[in-house]
Design a protein around this ligand. Structure first.
Ligand code: S3P
Length: 170
């Protein structure tokens, strides 16, 4: 069983996904971590090879992650669903695709602690613009939406665990 988590940067895919996976006894895989293990940090990849190269490596790692067996919670990158082939593959191989629809207020507070190539150098308005532009993509591919609008960590983990629980395989 693969539960894929989509959503904007800093929406909590890694934090809540890891906690929900632990709670449910699933394996947790973070696509960005997989890319980093193989090719270096996301920042280094963007700086040395550019975004197109990063997207190719992202697709490669996605393909590998989606071919694994077992109960897996897979946190995607915020831009994984920009690629149509990635979306097709996700729709074919993931048992459920969950959108973490996290409020912009929470995302902003989380982004302050992070170093992300697509955020650095962008104004608040530009980030908000990207957030609004990406939303329809997440909405379109997801079969379940988990809304996160509270800073209470445990509510988000519970809601996400509930959304995944029905898909678990023995
Ligand atoms: C990206 C999101 C990042 C990472 C890369 C590009 C994006 O992942 O894959 O910086 O295009 O939104 P997170 O969503 O985990 O921050």
């Amino acid at each position: 069983m693969i539960a894929a988590l989509t959503g904007f940067m800093a929406s909590g895919k890694t934090t809540f996904g890891r906690a929900a996976a632990e709670h449910l006894g699933c394996r947790f895989i973070d696509l960005d971590e997989l890319i980093t293990e193989r090719y270096g940090t996301i920042k280094e990849i963007f700086e040395s090879h550019g975004e197109d190269f990063f997207r190719e490596m992202e697709s490669r790692c996605l393909m590998d992650a989606l071919s694994l067996d077992g109960n897996i919670v897979l946190a995607l990158g915020g831009g994984t669903v920009l690629n149509r082939k990635n979306c097709e593959l996700l729709q074919k191989k993931a048992d459920t695709i969950i959108w973490l629809d996290t409020s912009f207020e929470i995302i902003l507070s989380e982004l302050k602690n992070a170093d992300r190539p697509l955020v650095n150098g962008r104004s608040l308005d530009q980030i908000k613009d990207l957030y609004e532009k990406r939303k329809p993509l997440y909405r379109q591919i997801a079969d379940t939406v988990v809304s996160i609008d509270s800073f209470d960590y445990s509510i988000a983990v519970n809601d996400l665990s509930d959304a995944i629980a029905g898909f678990l395989k023995n």
